[in-house]
Design a protein around this ligand. Structure first.
Ligand code: ADP
Length: 174
C-alpha cells in the first residue's frame, strides 16, 4: 500500500503515519525528518537547508525530489510507504507522478487531515519531540515522561526550533 498524508503542519500527519506503519509494515517517509537529521549531522544537504527551515520556508523542489526518489527506491519501501510532508508544491506533485509511473506504482491512497488554524497553533506550541528517534509528545495530550527522556529510545525530548508562534504562523501561510 502506498499512502500520502496531506494536512497543515500540526494536523496530525506524523501521529497517523505511525498507525499506518504498524498496520501495513511499511516505512513512514517524512521529508521534514530527513532534513532535520541532515541538519543535525551537518551534512552538505543539512547545511544547504538549515536557514530555510529556521525561517519556515520551503526547501527547493529539485532537492526534495532527488531526496524522495533515493528514499523510495530503498528496499524497505518495496511494498509501500507513507509519505508525510511531501508533496508540498505542484512541481513536487508532478515529479512524484512521474516517479510513480516509472516505478509502476498504481495503488496510491491519499488521506487529507483537516484541522483549524487555531487548534493547530495550540497543538504545535505544546508539541515536544525526541531528538533521537523523532517520537512525538504533547504537553496536553501525550506528555513526555518526568525524566525528560524518550520512552522509546531514551533520547532527549526537546521543543522543535520551528515550533514557535512566529514560525508556526509562517509555516501555515506557506
Ligand atoms: P511541518 O509540517 O510541521 O512544518 P515538517 O517536518 O513536515 O513540519 O517540515 C519542516 C520543514 O521542512 C518545513 O517547514 C520546510 O522548511 C521543510 N520541508 C519539509 N518537507 C518539505 C517539502 N516537501 N518541500 C519543501 N520543504 C520541505
Amino acid at each position: 500500500m502506498h499512502f500520502i498524508l496531506f494536512g497543515a503542519p500540526g494536523a496530525g500527519k506524523g501521529s497517523q503515519a505511525v498507525r499506518l506503519v504498524e498496520k501495513f509494515g511499511i516505512p513512514q517517509i517524512s521529508t521534514g525528518d530527513i532534513l532535520r537529521k541532515a541538519i543535525k549531522e551537518q551534512t552538505d544537504l543539512g547545511r544547504q537547508v538549515e536557514a530555510i527551515l529556521a525561517r519556515g520556508d520551503l526547501a527547493p523542489d529539485e532537492l526534495i525530489l532527488k531526496l524522495i526518489e533515493k528514499r523510495i527506491r530503498q528496499s524497505d519501501a518495496a511494498k509501500g510507504f507513507v509519505l508525510d510532508g511531501f508533496p508540498r508544491t505542484i512541481p513536487q506533485a508532478e515529479g512524484l507522478n512521474r516517479l510513480l509511473e516509472k516505478m509502476n506504482i498504481s495503488d496510491l491512497q491519499i488521506i487529507k487531515l483537516e484541522v483549524s488554524d487555531d487548534v493547530i497553533c495550540q497543538r504545535l506550541g505544546k508539541r515536544r519531540v525526541c531528538e533521537s528517534c523523532g517520537k512525538d509528545y504533547n504537553l496536553a495530550s501525550a506528555p513526555p515522561p518526568a525524566s525528560g527522556k524518550c520512552e522509546k529510545c531514551g533520547g532527549n525530548i526537546v521543543k522543535r526550533k520551528d515550533d514557535n508562534k512566529k514560525t508556526i504562523r509562517k509555516r501555515l501561510a506557506v
